[in-house]
Design a protein around this ligand. Sequence first.
Ligand code: HEM
Ligand SMILES: *[C@@H]1O[C@H](CO)[C@@H](O)[C@H](O)[C@H]1NC(C)=O
Ligand SMILES: *[C@@H]1O[C@H](CO)[C@@H](O)[C@H](O)[C@H]1NC(C)=O
Length: 312
Amino acid sequence: MVKANLIGVVLLMEVILRFGVDGLSMQYYMMSCPFADPIIKNTVNNALQADPTLAAALVRMHFHDCFIEGCDGSVLIDSTKDNTAEKDSPANLSLRGYEVIDDAKEQLEQQCPGVVSCADIIAMAARDAVFWTGGPYYEIAKGRKDGRRSKIEDTINLPFPTFNASELIRQFGQHGLTAQDMVALSGAHTLGVSRCASFKSRLSNVDPTLDSDFAKTLSKTCSAGDNAEQPFDATRNTFDNFYFYALQRKSGVLFSDQTLYTSPRTRNLVNGYAMNQAMFFLDFQQAMVKMSLLDVKEGNKGEVRGNCRKIN
Ligand code: HEM
Ligand SMILES: *[C@@H]1O[C@H](CO)[C@@H](O)[C@H](O)[C@H]1NC(C)=O
Ligand SMILES: *[C@@H]1O[C@H](CO)[C@@H](O)[C@H](O)[C@H]1NC(C)=O
């Protein structure tokens, strides 16, 4: 345990050095808002107790935030009459959980006004959601500033569920993430659901990578319409490696899930994570730490929003 933690810390330091985000630190709020961590954790835990499906939503929100404009809270901005924000893209694809972030932010503003960024709140909330559902706990550095740009057209840079493994590897690579990071991060699909709209194109012609019984399950889900929900694996609110078992059985929900097993470039990683959950957890937490540092804004490159839905 101690050894695993030590490895984690060393790796994190490496990541921080390599990405050059020296404005961030583990103790960023130690003096300015010492209860930031427990406030966020309690808020997330209370919300998840009431609705466990929000864990998936918080983890996905962090991913969408970091892939567009860096981890800067841009995903939280509401549209105004002059600006259509990321949130209103069809690619917001049913993002939820905004009220959990708002709730944490309100409490933090009472305790230490103008100190804790919305970007940090999302990153910490995602971490706490992973742990709450049974996944690994990982420390993250804090000090991200909130961005001032959130534009619907930027969401074109999110990966499509129709991407094949090469396209996924390429796109994650543009963010400095390896194929291994990409497969581990896709393991976040151990939580949550997809709506029919995101996979129904797989059902219109014979897809040899899709198990025929599972194809019937998907068709049945879709008979209830585009918004009908299909869990990614058998345990939608538990963070485990069942997602990777599903891929081995040709029962991945999205084309972009199944392609990780179909493609010889990533199949061994899927098999490894299916066989060894501890290895999945370790690679996942390292990849999450890396993702949480994408294009982070420091100093006067950003601000600390007073309200996560509006730039100051
Ligand atoms: C590899 C490329 C990825 C693609 C193409 C992709 C695509 C999708 C799609 C289409 C959905 C379903 C949306 C809907 O129909 O409502 C979804 C859900 C989800 N994604 Fe991903 N995703 C990817 C990677 C990730 C990563 C890296 C994470 C987090 C680390 C993540 C976390 C989630 C979660 C937790 C859900 C379930 C949300 C819920 O139940 O509310 N995904 N993803
Ligand atoms: C997502 O975008 C759609 C429009 O494409 C909008 O109707 C919906 O309210 C948005 N969802 C959220 C949670 O902002
Ligand atoms: C993946 O998709 C790209 C772009 O559509 C295509 O050029 C490539 O051949 C595909 N790769 C495989 C292995 O199917």
